[in-house]
Design a protein. Structure first.
Length: 267
């Protein structure tokens, strides 16, 4: 269903009013009570384990910027798109436990682009947007607050040292969903692109998973994950999804040594 068709349907059924009411009924931001922040996303955000070190998802560093009354439940998983995350029941697993006042942070796009893989591919202006609306609706139906985040940029520069965009039309498609559905948006693509440009081609190598064995321009090492998590936390503040009392260390150094990798994924 296109967004135009969706607007027509919601206008006819009154669903738009229901969604607005559910957002208004969420617990006050910065109220001090425990509000879990759920992360739905891909490998750039996901928990990594000892066999993958030093690769680090930004979701692993996000708790360093949030107070303990905003715990992070990181459901991001390597290789997932908006489609495969839903098809595998991972969105349902979040919605089964999410509570009024919680937040659902949604970042997909890297794997939605994979046109040769029908299990993951979505078209930016149709199925990708439709899937994003399923996340948004699911959160709101449970009284939680959805927050959309455009995909963090890869490390790619042209010959002149200009940082390049690599996500095609997916970020623009997400921005449209945010506007038309009235959803908070953190434009992580633009924020990270500006950061990579400021750091330049050489320094950014120390933020991505460049090792003796590989040169990975998509995934992060601890400094990179911390830097992106800081962008996300700052965005949560800017959109007022979180209040200043919910965050910490926004302008402070976070040591890379704080990142740790469990031995293995728990069953």
């Amino acid at each position: 269903m296109t967004l135009t068709r969706r607007r027509a349907v919601t206008a006819g059924t009154g669903l738009a009013l229901t969604l607005a009411a559910s957002r208004a009924s969420a617990a006050p931001r910065g109220s001090g009570r425990t509000r879990t922040l759920y992360v739905a996303g891909d490998s750039t955000a996901a928990q990594k384990y000892a066999d993958a070190a030093p690769e680090t998802g930004w979701g692993m560093a996000l708790p360093f910027f949030l107070h303990k009354h905003v715990p992070v439940a990181n459901h991001a998983v390597n290789g997932r798109s908006t489609k495969s995350f839903i098809d595998e029941g991972r969105l349902t697993s979040i919605l089964d436990v999410i509570r009024p006042g919680d937040l659902l942070l949604i970042q997909f796009g890297h794997n939605d682009q994979k046109a040769t893989d029908p299990t993951r591919y979505t078209e930016p202006w149709t199925s990708y947007q439709d899937n994003l609306c399923r996340y948004v609706d699911g959160a709101r139906e449970h009284g939680a607050l959805p927050v959309l985040a455009t995909s963090v940029e890869r490390r790619r520069f042209d010959a002149d040292g200009t940082a390049l965009r690599t996500h095609g039309e997916y970020p623009a498609a997400m921005r449209q969903v945010a506007r038309e559905e009235g959803v908070d948006l953190i434009d992580v693509q633009e924020l990270s692109l500006a950061l990579w440009q400021r750091l330049g081609p050489e320094t950014t190598k120390t933020y991505f998973n460049w090792t003796a064995a590989e040169q990975d321009n998509t995934h992060f090492n601890p400094p990179g994950a911390i830097a992106v998590a800081r962008l996300v936390a700052t965005g949560l503040l800017r959109t007022r999804a979180l209040a200043p009392g919910d965050t910490r260390r926004i302008d402070e150094e976070v040591p890379a040594q704080w990142i740790t990798w469990p031995d293995s994924e728990e069953s």
